[in-house]
Ligand binder design. Structure first.
Ligand code: F2R
Ligand code: MG
Ligand code: MG
Length: 360
């Protein structure tokens, strides 16, 4: 089993490479992407990495920009400081607005700044007429929080921190629950060996998410999935139901096609339709792929997550964090690390969080 430091670095580096490589495909908003196309982009990256001058051409996006703020804020303050984290989110956006942020979250950044980071949770609550954003922007950045709460081994504590961090920009319950699921998945991967049982892990996630989804809500928000225009094809209403579907997939002799997963689990900009896809990408990659025989489980996770199409940088960053937590930083090819912007910083943030985890 990898060392804890390697797993911490794997988590944050895995998230960065998932974002950087996934971002090549996000703009397509495709139903699915042929895995051979993803492999083609990766082979290109592997070739480029050999040319010294062309390193780090794959830029990170908002997913990593916000995860860096979460990590930095937790490390510098040795804990959660809502105002500091909000300021980092916002100032990073104003420094680099072209990182591909969500269409509406940028209004939260402006309002936070106007309010001088004093009413930290107010602006997010006003989004979308008061229902709050159900986007995956909370879940995509949450991996450093899972590293911070790792030492406590306390799902309740972890859920509370994730809820606070997410609520700075996303007050909709679905966005918060998605971030909680993502954080639980990272935590389980940190605690697992590379020969873990996908069936057992999904069962453990179901148990935890049942407790969270059954909790009474503070607001009048439903714990059911986002209500969009036509729900006729979206039959599943809770994260537990999505995890049950993943369990069914894993039991099948033949795994479902990418199109089926995209349609049934989702690979969209909402948390409800992207976090389960990230979890499944990781679990599914324990099994064989006929066309990915020479790739390790971390690589398979990233290729598979991107092949689900849709919000590919975000599904891949979340799947990459879980896979990196499980398999450690040594599972992430050096050539990928060399080509993706932000990898060295991710290692430093992971080291900082690791040091905090060793303190009593
Ligand atoms: N922004 C992108 N990619 C470009 C996509 C453009 C797209 N047309 C768009 O709608 O934004 N990628 C990055 O954004 C995602 C994370 O977004 P985040 O941080 O959750 O942002 P936001 O603005 O809060 O939500 C995103 C969109 O979701 C829809 N939405 C959310 N809550 C809603 C609600 N309650 N009612 C109706 N619609 C809601 C809106 O379209 C938001 O703009 C990641 O993919 C990241 O990579
Ligand atoms: Mg992005
Ligand atoms: Mg995205």
């Amino acid at each position: 089993m990898s060392t804890t430091l390697s797993k911490f670095q794997g988590t944050l580096v895995g998230a960065v490479v998932g974002d950087c490589i996934g971002a090549i495909f996000e703009s397509l908003w495709a139903k699915t992407i042929n895995p051979n196309k993803v492999i083609g982009a990766i082979e290109n990256l592997e070739t480029v990495s050999k040319e010294e001058d062309n390193h780090r051409i794959y830029k990170f996006t908002d997913d990593t920009a916000m995860a860096r703020s979460v990590a930095k804020s937790l490390v510098i303050n040795e804990g959660f400081d809502a105002s500091d984290m909000a300021e980092r989110f916002s100032e990073n956006y104003f420094d680099e607005p072209d990182r591909g942020y969500g269409g509406n979250v940028i209004n939260v950044f402006s309002q936070l700044k106007e309010l001088d980071y004093k009413d930290v949770f107010g602006p997010a609550k006003k989004q979308f007429g008061g229902s709050g954003s159900y986007g995956n922007g909370g879940a995509m950045r949450i991996a450093p929080a899972a590293l911070f709460t790792f030492k406590d081994n306390d799902p309740e504590k972890s859920k509370d921190l994730v809820t606070q961090i997410t609520s700075i920009t996303h007050s909709n319950n679905q966005a918060i629950l998605g971030a909680v699921l993502q954080s639980y998945a990272v935590d389980m991967a940190l605690n697992s060996s590379s020969s873990f049982s996908p069936d057992e892990m999904v069962d453990a996630l179901i148990t935890l998410m049942k407790m969270v989804e059954e909790e009474p809500k503070e607001t009048n928000q439903s714990s059911e999935g986002p209500q969009k225009e036509d729900k006729s094809e979206q039959k599943l209403k809770t994260y537990v139901e999505k995890l049950e579907l993943i369990k069914t997939y894993l039991k099948q002799e033949e795994q479902p096609t990418q199109l089926t997963v995209h349609t049934e689990l989702g690979a969209d900009i909402s948390a409800f339709e992207s976090v389960p896809a990230a979890v499944y990408s990781f679990l599914r990659s324990q099994k064989d792929f006929s066309d990915l025989k020479d790739r390790n489980s971390f690589e398979k996770t990233i290729v598979y997550a991107i092949s689900l199409g849709g919000d590919s940088d975000t599904v891949a960053t979340m799947a990459g964090a879980i896979a990196g937590a499980c398999y450690g930083v040594e599972s992430i090819p050096i050539s990928w690390q060399k080509c993706c912007e932000g990898v060295e910083d991710a290692k430093k943030f992971a080291e900082g969080l690791y040091k905090l985890s060793q303190m009593s």
